[in-house]
Design a protein around this ligand. Structure first.
Ligand code: HGY
Ligand code: MN
Ligand code: MN
Length: 409
């Protein structure tokens, strides 16, 4: 299979600068999607870009019909990201299909391969646009989000030749009997355990927010008592969020960006805003995050005599993944002689959008050093190929599982 070559080719579609920068709807991303569609056609799939900018390939050899087994992930990246996050799930799925074709394996049901638009959400502040369109979520509000240049999602779509009015046409999840996503782990669990394959049984819930603190701008010589310092208050909130997550065993809290106004060295900031990314694996605690975040920042705001507002920008439920598929993945790994272990995903994925609509599971392969969202991101060619081989085995095994393949298999 040409997986290593395809990964290298795809990595070339990027803005200039370190790592891979292929943001949603950007010219490098659209060029990459068009290259991908061509590559899927070359592999014998019927490929097109749907109304939400998803690249969807359909493999239905010998007129295979009924609900399809879906494979896929995303090929948009974070700024200065790596060359494996998302792309391995898309190109590994392609390699799996090419492996099956080499073995003259003919599935009784179709196999679809999706590359979902804007999984990362870093350009417009909300993630998983393409997979949300694929399951039929209402994206009207999403279309009016804007990026740092002021361009809205709708305008970015039009610039790329897509119509925001057609997004609903991308709904196609009913065509799937199962969905599988191969992904680099983006952590060190497999590395530390010396295990080749992660059988992902749960995905964390993601709460993302923007916190705005308002104080009073004033001269840097203002006496300390009686200041209303928005930046100092925000700093306390950020450390309190970190300490909260530290005190919980499996929670993460990340503040990735912050701005202060007016931003002069000799002026007390009257306004400060920062991003918040909170994650827990279980629904019960996920349901409490919004209120606990609001209480935490309100308490500090009161002590600091400033005002605070919290805007939730992303709220994606944790997902429990499908037991039957997990068992198939374990058997597939064993067929390939690979060690495997069950584990949750600390990163968010399109799979958690699909999981409420169709049996879904994920396969992890190790990340070197656990590093991701960085030009240093790396997974060995052997692990990349193993991931593809495991997907191919799951497709073979699933064919025998009439129950899994849906009623009309
Ligand atoms: O943020 C995440 O976990 C994913 O990489 N979008
Ligand atoms: Mn990512
Ligand atoms: Mn990803």
């Amino acid at each position: 299979v040409k997986l290593a070559e395809d990964l290298a080719t795809l990595a070339e579609f990027s803005e200039a600068g370190p790592g891979v920068t292929r943001l949603a709807w950007s010219p490098p991303h659209i060029r990459a999607l068009r290259w991908l569609a061509g590559r899927l056609e070359e592999a014998g799939l019927d490929a097109q870009l749907d109304a939400a900018g998803n690249c969807v390939g359909r493999w239905a050899p010998n007129g295979a019909e009924g609900q399809a087994i879906g494979l896929g992930s995303h090929i948009d990246s974070v700024p200065a990201g790596g060359r494996f996050d998302g792309t391995l799930g898309v190109l590994g799925a392609l390699a799996a299909i090419e492996l099956l074709r080499e073995r003259a394996f003919v599935p009784t049901t179709p196999v679809w391969l999706m590359s979902f638009m804007d999984e990362e959400g870093t350009r417009f502040g909300e993630s998983m646009f393409g997979s949300r369109a694929f399951v039929g979520e209402d994206l009207d509000a999403y279309l009016s989000l804007s990026d740092s240049s002021g361009a809205t999602v709708g305008q970015a779509m039009q610039d790329a030749g897509f119509s925001p009015d057609d997004v609903r046409a991308a709904r196609a999840v009913a065509g799937l009997s199962a969905f599988l996503e191969l992904h680099v782990e983006q952590g060190k669990v497999l590395l530390d355990a010396g295990v080749d394959i992660g059988v992902v049984n749960a995905i964390v819930g993601l709460l993302q927010a923007r916190v705005v603190v308002r104080g009073v701008s004033d001269h840097g010589s203002t006496p300390m008592p009686g200041r209303h310092d928005a930046l100092a208050a925000a700093a306390r909130m950020i450390v309190a969020l970190r300490d909260w997550a530290r005190d919980e065993s499996d929670m993460t809290a990340t503040v990735g960006s912050m701005e202060a106004w007016p931003g002069a060295y000799n002026t007390i900031p009257g306004k400060c805003s920062f991003s918040v990314d909170l994650r827990v694996p279980d629904r019960a605690r996920f349901a409490t995050l919004r209120e606990r975040l609001t209480d935490l920042v309100a308490g500090i705001a009161a002590q600091e005599t400033v005002e605070v507002g919290v805007e939730i920008t992303d709220f994606i439920q944790p997902a429990e993944l499908d037991e039957r598929l997990l068992t198939l993945i374990e058997r597939a790994a064993e067929t390939e002689g690979a060690s495997h272990m069950r584990m949750p995903s600390g990163a968010g994925h399109d799979s958690q959008v699909l999981a409420p609509y169709v049996p879904t599971a994920m396969v992890f392969v190790p990340s070197a050093g656990g590093v991701s969202h960085s030009p240093e991101e790396f997974t060995t060619p052997a692990h990349c190929e193993l991931g593809a081989r495991v997907l191919a085995r799951v497709i073979e095994l699933a064919q025998g599982d009439a129950e899994l393949l849906g009623p009309d298999a």
